[in-house]
Design a protein around this ligand. Structure first.
Ligand code: PDD
Length: 287
């Protein structure tokens, strides 16, 4: 078994042998979309949902899906089998392909399809037990954040602000409303009610976000999907961030101030445990 086997346009090869032409529109324009799929015990988690979101992203930027869901499933299975480790994070990317530089879409370019796998690194125990610190910033990204585009410069700049401040994430506000974070969705808890910013063009429709709301519904958490103001966020009892690789994490500091009492709250602790349980159940069923 080898690590670092990737797939590029029909072939599996070692990562250091994979080459994309410089005129690929992914390189020139950031003209492509991607997915990150967590794999537990060699089973992709929520694969159908990731493939559905991939289709939505492709539709959003008018790239034809080069593969059927069955072909994606087979390829993802193969990349998982060819790489080491039971828990992986599969990255896939589709770009509009290689063409002479011109903003308008090329007539006959063929999509570039790339997949790789990395070890899945879920948060360390200290982050789960103590929560993470964050800062906030104004959300200066484009107005199609629902598309999982590889044009991530805005997200990278916002994430780097967090790194420069020595914290884990940057929470984003647009027009006085909470949107998401640079690479996560965000939930807020106030007076025992879980508040989730609605899915719209300003946020990525997170797969983990959906899992959290499914659990909330099944386990009778009190929750509301609605716009959350910046003031409500700053006054929250709890703040959570969610993503495929972070799962659910408590935010215990925002802009240098404690969130609630500065410790992961009771609803977080309940949701975190239920999320782990949910994952185990789904994986046992898949095995
Ligand atoms: N990021 N919002 C943004 C901006 C994201 O980049 C991500 C995920 C999420 C959470 O989505 P999901 O629950 O489907 O992972 C929300 C991935 C992990 C990344 O870019 O690496």
């Amino acid at each position: 078994m080898t690590s670092d086997i990737v797939y590029l346009n029909g072939e599996f090869m070692p990562l250091n042998e994979a080459r994309v032409p410089v005129l690929d529109r992914g390189f020139i324009f950031g003209d492509g979309v991607y997915e990150v799929i967590p794999v537990y015990s060699r089973h992709p988690f929520r694969l159908a949902e990731h493939l559905r979101r991939l289709q939505n992203s492709l539709d959003g930027v008018r790239i034809a899906n080069p593969l059927s869901d069955a072909e994606w499933t087979r390829l993802i299975g193969e990349i998982v089998a060819r790489n080491d480790g039971d828990d992986q994070s599969v990255y896939l990317q589709v770009t509009r392909g290689v063409a002479k530089r011109d903003h308008a879409f090329p007539k006959d370019a063929k999509q570039t399809v790339f997949l790789m796998s990395n070890p899945l690194t879920t948060p360390p125990a200290a982050q789960i037990n103590d929560g993470v610190a964050t800062i906030s910033a104004s959300d200066f990204r484009w107005l199609r954040c629902d598309v999982k585009s590889v044009s991530l410069l805005g997200n990278c700049l916002l994430k780097q602000m967090a790194v420069d401040a020595g914290v884990a994430e940057t929470l984003l506000f647009r027009d006085g409303k909470l949107t998401e974070a640079s690479s996560c969705n965000v939930f807020v808890v106030k007076n025992g009610v879980l508040l989730a910013p609605p899915k719209n063009n300003l946020v990525l429709p997170g797969i983990t976000y959906d899992v959290v709301l499914e659990i909330a519904r099944a386990r009778e958490f009190e929750f509301e999907v609605r716009e959350v103001s910046e003031a409500e966020t700053r006054d929250a009892d709890e703040i959570w961030i969610t993503s495929s690789t972070k799962e659910v994490l408590a935010v215990t500091r925002l802009d240098g101030r404690p969130v609630g009492n500065g410790k992961p709250g009771p609803l977080f602790q309940r949701m975190h445990a239920l999320y782990q349980e949910f994952k185990q159940t789904v994986m046992r069923r898949a095995a």
